[in-house]
Write a protein that binds this ligand. Structure first.
Ligand code: KIV
Length: 279
């Protein structure tokens, strides 16, 4: 059954944890959807994991629409949330509404996600007024990497913690249907979760949130190099891929692939006739 804003809200009320994973393409979205996750996020993390950028800042609306449309074609039941990329909503409320609308109309998303608290409340209100559900995103918001001076845990001081609580209440009042809490202390996430009637979805925000989200390449062991403390590798798909590709290379070089079962047959008399005529 299709997951909606109401499904997520009901899950918060009943204490049934919300599961969300990222996806950026048709094939992966289909697998994730068939596994039964509640929501799929086409994150602007695609800038790093799909396009090889250093951070999310270069991602464009065209990138987001292209990948969102592919995911929408693959996912039947998950609630589909598309990230609004850097500078697609910050400049003006009008641009925010136009760009949110494109992710719904051209990408097939069910909701959009944008980063920030009090400073983006006017955008949230206007997008919600246009009948587009908005997921907010607070804490270690990657589009603010330059302002933060790196990817650092947020909300550790009294002032910063208070500001995050205040932002969470403000985005809820503005009409957000859920909020992603990223890279904040678990105890602070518990307090925010307790104060809100909308669901909190955590990434690096402890187990007290109403749900969790992870980048699928991280949790399936497809990424190499530094991984954040909050990432759990649930499988080593990267190692499986490497083994499969190495086997393909060696069997092709040895001539054992393709075998007879991978080849198409033809009647002997056709070949015999062909060879006579080709002489
Ligand atoms: O872009 C993304 O994948 C995200 C998640 C990390 C929440 O925003």
């Amino acid at each position: 059954m299709k997951n909606t804003v109401s499904t997520l809200l009901r899950q918060k009320q009943s204490g049934d944890k919300i599961t969300m994973l990222t996806a950026y393409d048709y094939t992966t979205a289909k697998i994730i959807d068939e596994c039964g996750v509640n929501a799929i996020l086409i994150g602007d993390s695609l800038g790093m994991v799909m396009l090889g950028y250093e951070n999310t800042l270069p991602v464009t609306m065209e990138d987001m629409i292209h990948h969102t449309a592919a995911v929408s074609r693959g996912a039947e039941n998950a609630f589909i949330v598309a990230d609004m990329p850097f500078m697609s909503y910050q400049v003006s409320v009008q641009e925010a509404v136009i760009n949110a609308g494109r992710l719904i109309k051209e990408g097939g998303a069910n909701a959009v996600k944008l980063e920030g608290g009090a400073e983006v409340c006017e955008q949230i209100k206007a997008i919600v007024n246009a009948s587009v559900p908005v997921v907010a995103h607070l804490g270690l918001t990657p589009q603010s990497v330059n302002a933060f001076g790196g990817f650092k845990v947020q909300g550790k001081s009294l002032d910063k913690a208070k500001k995050l609580i205040d932002d969470a209440l403000k985005i809820q009042e503005a009409g957000a249907c859920a909020v992603v809490l990223e890279g904040i202390p678990a105890k602070l996430a518990d307090i925010i979760t307790g104060k809100l009637f909308i669901p909190t979805i955590g990434i690096g925000a402890g187990s007290g949130c109403d749900g969790q989200v992870l980048v699928y390449q991280d949790m399936l062991g497809l990424t190499t190099g530094h991984t954040a403390k909050f990432v759990k590798r649930f499988a080593e798909v990267g190692a499986l891929m490497r083994k499969g590709i190495a086997d393909y290379i060696s069997e092709t070089r040895e001539g054992t692939f393709p075998a007879e079962e991978h080849s198409y047959a033809i009647e002997d008399d056709v070949i015999e006739q062909l060879m006579r005529e080709e002489k």
